[in-house]
Design a protein around this ligand. Structure first.
Ligand code: GRG
Length: 297
């Protein structure tokens, strides 16, 4: 990441990190082992893509007071972190490393890792319920999040990902898994920011669409990085997808074609942003589209 995107990101990431710390129960709250486990993966060093996208959506909608969107942004990061902890479990992807550290279940054991994830998910809805926003905004946010995380989104995507191990991938299946497992929450994050910033229906549907395409390209790049990325930069094991016979874009088309498809999709997303949001309001998304495809972490 470079230039003005880097300074935009650093400033907002700092706000998100501080909000997360303030909005989470303290590490020594009872029972301390649960609170330690909740904070362990949360503060292990994520990019904070989803909460920052919520801020981006809020700002594009015309929101001026970032503190208004921060509890919602924090809730999205709690949900994402919950999904990472569960994804790493032996019953799912069985990964020993996450965010550059041993996975939650490696440190706390499986039972606590499951429960830390559960507690993060529950706490996210408490943050939404207690946010300083009108009830109709909160209900719209809850609808957006539950649709993105339920059977049509993350949970359904994770099920397809799990039952498709070893299956010969088709383009339809790979894209369906990627859209649900990864793109749904990324799209939801931009839309949640839009809802809190009181975006109208047209802008909301643009934010959902741009987020869904960015999410798809994000997961295609994740597949590429699993194949050719560096473990240290990724903060997790690499070459795991092939080993487990995952239905990935790289398995479908190979690294070269995956990269060229990702770049073509990136170009279409940039056109969409310029056409529907405009360069002035949408510059973060335009530059983010480049970062997502060219990233190494
Ligand atoms: C949310 C109800 C509910 C269930 C969760 C376990 C599960 C069901 C879903 C797993 C989905 C999953 C882990 C998808 C992969 C998404 C992905 C590309 C994660 C990596 O995101 P980054 O690179 O990670 O943004 P950091 O660590 O930077 O936050």
């Amino acid at each position: 990441m470079k230039g003005r995107l880097k300074s935009y990101w650093t400033e907002r990431k700092d706000l998100v990190d501080r909000a997360l710390d303030a909005l989470l129960p303290g590490e020594s709250d009872f029972p301390p082992i649960l609170h330690r486990a909740m904070r362990y993966t949360l503060f292990a060093g994520g990019k904070r893509l989803r909460p920052i996208l919520a801020i981006v959506g809020y700002e594009i909608a015309g929101g001026k007071d970032i503190s208004e969107v921060l509890p919602f942004a924090a809730a999205l990061e709690l949900i994402h972190t919950f999904s990472l902890i569960h994804d790493d479990l032996p019953a799912m992807d069985d990964d020993d490393m996450r965010r550059g550290k041993p996975s939650s279940h490696k440190v706390f054991g499986e039972g606590l890792a499951i429960l830390a994830g559960d507690a993060l998910f529950s706490h996210s809805f408490r943050l939404i319920a207690e946010a300083d926003a009108p009830a109709e905004v909160k209900v719209a946010v809850i609808r957006e999040i539950t649709r993105a995380t339920g059977p049509e989104g993350l949970t359904g995507g994770q099920v397809l990902d799990l039952i498709s191990e070893g299956v010969e991938p088709s383009e339809g299946l790979v894209i369906d898994i990627h859209r649900r497992k990864t793109a749904a929450l990324i799209s939801c994050s931009l839309a949640v920011g839009g809802i809190v910033g009181r975006a109208g229906e047209d802008l909301l549907s643009t934010l959902r669409q741009v987020g869904a395409e960015l999410g798809l390209v994000f997961q295609i790049t994740d597949d590429i990085l699993d194949e050719i990325g560096e473990k240290e930069k990724m903060g997790k094991g690499v070459k795991k997808d092939l080993e487990r016979g995952k239905c990935t874009y790289v398995r479908l088309k190979g690294v070269e074609a995956a990269l060229s498809d990702a770049r073509a999709l990136r170009d279409r997303i940039k056109e969409l942003i310029r056409e529907k949001i405009g360069e002035e309001k949408g510059w973060v998304l335009v530059e983010l589209a480049d970062y997502i495809v060219e990233r190494s972490e």
